[in-house]
Design a protein around this ligand. Structure first.
Ligand code: HEC
Ligand code: HEC
Length: 187
């Protein structure tokens, strides 16, 4: 019986394998803001190219369920099924990462230091490229980054498990500016 159940599970996973080609077709409404290349068309719109698929998945589910709000994303996520979201995540995660952005050397050094002191890399990965459910920060728009980190710090944006909320609590506005510049400088 257990054997039979395992087979059932495997065939379900095979059927549900994410499909980036289908994902592109399902992302037509997204391109107006996030671009076909996953780069936000204005600085308040996040770059979602090369985000880890699981991170894209969780964020879209949070928007769909109304747990995260902003940029009318609740409206765009609403009609998506779990399979749609997996396909869309497969498409955007496979795109080339955003280009690194030059910044003031002293500010970048401060940002790097705060990153190390706060172990941001332990979750967001060594070069802040993201991993599993943890978003990519490397190459992110500084304006979007600053807004989100402030919202997470204030609790206006509630994160999945509270770990990011604790990580943000002790940061000053200057820290956040430096962290944003440092993240944008990575690729
Ligand atoms: C009208 C513009 C617009 C459209 C259309 C749009 N988005 Fe967004 N998206 C945004 C903005 C703005 C944000 C930032 C929201 C916030 O402030 O929290 C965002 C956030 C996101 C995020 C979170 C990224 C992160 O790093 O946390 C994902 C994922 C996303 N959008 C995917 C999509 C997908 C998939 C679609 C299509 C189904 C879509 N968006 C359609 C503007 C848009
Ligand atoms: C314990 C793990 C952990 C640590 C440490 C951590 N983060 Fe995060 N971070 C996360 C997770 C998980 C999310 C996604 C939260 C959610 O929406 O549920 C996130 C989200 C973010 C976001 C929003 C990104 C987006 O695309 O919307 C920013 C910005 C961010 N973190 C910056 C930082 C910085 C800077 C540090 C160090 C000061 C840090 N994080 C430390 C786990 C962590």
């Amino acid at each position: 019986m257990a054997f039979f159940n395992i087979y059932g599970l495997i065939s379900w996973q095979v059927l549900a394998a994410p499909d980036a080609v289908l994902g592109k077709a399902k992302s037509q409404t997204c391109f107006a803001c996030h671009g076909t290349d996953g780069i936000g068309i204005t600085p308040n719109i996040p770059n979602i190219a090369a985000q880890p698929p699981l991170s894209l998945f969780y964020q879209l589910v949070q928007f769909r369920e109304g747990m995260r709000k902003g940029g009318s994303m609740e409206v765009f996520a609403k009609p998506l099924s779990d399979d749609d979201i997996r396909d869309i995540a497969a498409y955007f995660s496979a795109l080339s990462p955003p280009e690194a952005k030059a910044g003031d050397a002293a500010k970048l050094a401060v940002g790097q230091k705060i990153t190390q002191q706060n172990y941001c890399n332990s979750c967001h990965a060594p070069k802040l490229q993201g991993q599993k459910q943890v978003p990519r920060l490397a190459g992110q728009s500084t304006e979007y980054f600053v807004t989100q980190l402030r919202n997470i710090r204030s609790g206006a944006r509630v994160d999945m498990d509270g770990t990011m909320g604790s990580a943000a609590r002790g940061l000053s506005d200057e820290d956040i500016e430096a962290l944003a510049a440092y993240s944008a400088s990575l690729n």
